[in-house]
Design a protein around this ligand. Sequence first.
Ligand code: FE
Length: 393
Amino acid sequence: MARFTLPRDIYHGKGCLEELKNLKGHKAILVVGGGSMKRQGFLDKAVNYLKEAGMEVELFEGVEPDPSVETVMKGAKAMQNFQPDWIVSMGGGSPIDAAKAMWAFYEYPQTTFEDLCIPFNFPNLRQKAKFCAIPSTSGTATEVTAFSVITNYQTGVKYPLADFNITPDVAIVDPDLVMGLPEKQVAYTGMDALTHAIEAYVSTLNCPFTDPLAIQAVEMTLDYLPASYNGNMQAREQMHYAQCLAGMAFSNALLGIVHSMAHKTGAAFSTGHIPHGCANAIYLPYVIRYNAKDSTAAKRYAEIARRTGLSGTSEKALINSLCEKIDEFNTKLNIPKTLKEFGINEDEFKEKISGIAERAVGDACTGSNPREINPAAMEKLLTCTYYGTEVDF
Ligand code: FE
């Protein structure tokens, strides 16, 4: 038995933020981040639409990037005091992820973080409130996924929460909110979306329900990401939809070791954070070459290439075309090809690699990767991504 879960309603199109007017309820809490939605006027718009819906509105502002357990608890407390029947979260991944966790603690104040960290172990939500998510970036797709990442700063551990209970009820995918994204963010989040689609398509949990979403997302990303990066707003709009489709695929089919590697290297080096989408973009072609040694995965990668119109008459040639396309995109988007080029110090890399490799193998995303990997192979693979050497094992 497998399950496929999506939000009940996904509104899309320019100006669809307006749909907030049609939510049915009495009280809405609006969870937002640092202020970019406010500065651009979208926060006021959202508040006014909710008031037009006849709701009393309270704000919970200032959710930080990589939201903390403390912020989640603070938000849950605010919800317990206010008793909303709608939780509306607007912004990048962080406020939406935080609001998902607040929701669980609002409805079940006695639950513990440890309980929620067990995958697919959430209590039944929607006893008190429904959830609406409005993304202001084009990558994480948290508006349609069953995932949330919360950081415990005391231990430095990121908790990936996963449960279909936290798949939002309503997603509002309004491209107006992403028109002002900085160039770098367009590049990184776009490559994150491409990685979501490709990893979902080759995942061990792929299925006929997720495949069409993944393929469509790859196709649209190949068509629109460079133009979106160069400031074409029609392309930017299409990328906002493509990342959402990729999210629908990976929320149900899960991911693979590109994400395992990005999760465990993101904050590992003293030279600074490697942004999530940038790390994915660097690792993706190397991982394709590693996974393609598995015949089932090779067939799936070749299918992606064939179905999205890349050239090649043999499986090998098609996989090559896919890797070359990713390389070409990284060049166009000014993304480095190796960790060395990114600026990671060689001595530090050598010193830390065995620990990172071990943690990456233990990451939640490794389980659905199409080819098995152990810490020794992971260390070799990471080494290839550092020096740009061929993956021949
Ligand atoms: Fe991602």
